[in-house]
Design a protein around this ligand. Structure first.
Ligand code: SAM
Length: 186
């Protein structure tokens, strides 16, 4: 970032975190899954729990190595660790990295952009929870191919959330699918 310029997206996330944490007692930075819920402040906490439950249904049911890309304040990583997974977090914000250190003790925290992250072939899952849209399209999936373990089951999981079921989506993509011609333009 050029000197003197403010990163308004980062500021927005920091403010959003304070507000969400005040409202719900948890430090999630995603919108939540509002399926069947009336949209009001009291439902933010339940919507965020519903989103995490939905997301976790896509994960392997045995402990695995997860790279949580854009892991926010480490709230998701904390739950993944509690399930027995090994977790590394990539997070470009110093403030959020420090929250990850507090919330997800046991996770390795890499304070950097995913574009700058280096590492090869050691994750079963590359997780983008509401973070895929922050990373240049040509970087995200291509980079995951070099990070996923060669095992058949390794995959990238892209999840996005929002108001109403139409905007709540999880896309598990196997490494083989990412290599297929359908993804060649990316
Ligand atoms: C909407 S928040 C989602 C946070 C968290 N994954 C969750 O589900 O609560 C988006 C996250 O992407 C991170 N982010 C933004 N640009 C990034 C980049 N270039 N590389 C890695 N993470 C990035 C932000 O710092 C933030 O933590």
């Amino acid at each position: 970032m050029a000197q003197g310029k403010m990163d308004t997206r980062a500021i927005g996330l920091d403010v959003g975190l304070s507000f969400a944490s005040w409202l719900t007692g948890a430090e999630n930075l995603h919108y939540g899954d509002w399926t069947g819920l009336e949209i009001n402040a009291a439902n933010l906490g339940p919507a965020q729990v519903a989103y995490t439950d939905r997301l976790f249904r896509f994960l392997p049911d045995k402990p695995c190595r997860i790279l949580d890309i854009g892991g926010g304040a480490g709230e998701t990583a904390r739950k993944l660790l509690a399930l027995g997974h090994q977790v590394e977090i990539v997070i470009p914000s110093a403030f959020l990295a420090s929250r990850c250190g507090e919330n997800a003790k046991g996770a390795v925290v890499h304070e950097m952009r995913f574009e700058d992250f280096e590492g090869t072939g050691k994750f079963d899952v590359c997780l983008f929870s509401e973070s895929f849209q922050y990373i240049p399209l040509g970087t995200g999936l291509k980079k995951c191919l070099g990070l996923l373990a060669p095992a058949d089951g390794s995959s990238s999981l892209i999840a996005s959330a929002g108001k109403g079921s139409a905007r709540t989506r999880c896309w598990p993509l196997s490494a083989a699918a990412i290599r297929s011609p359908a993804f060649a333009p990316l």
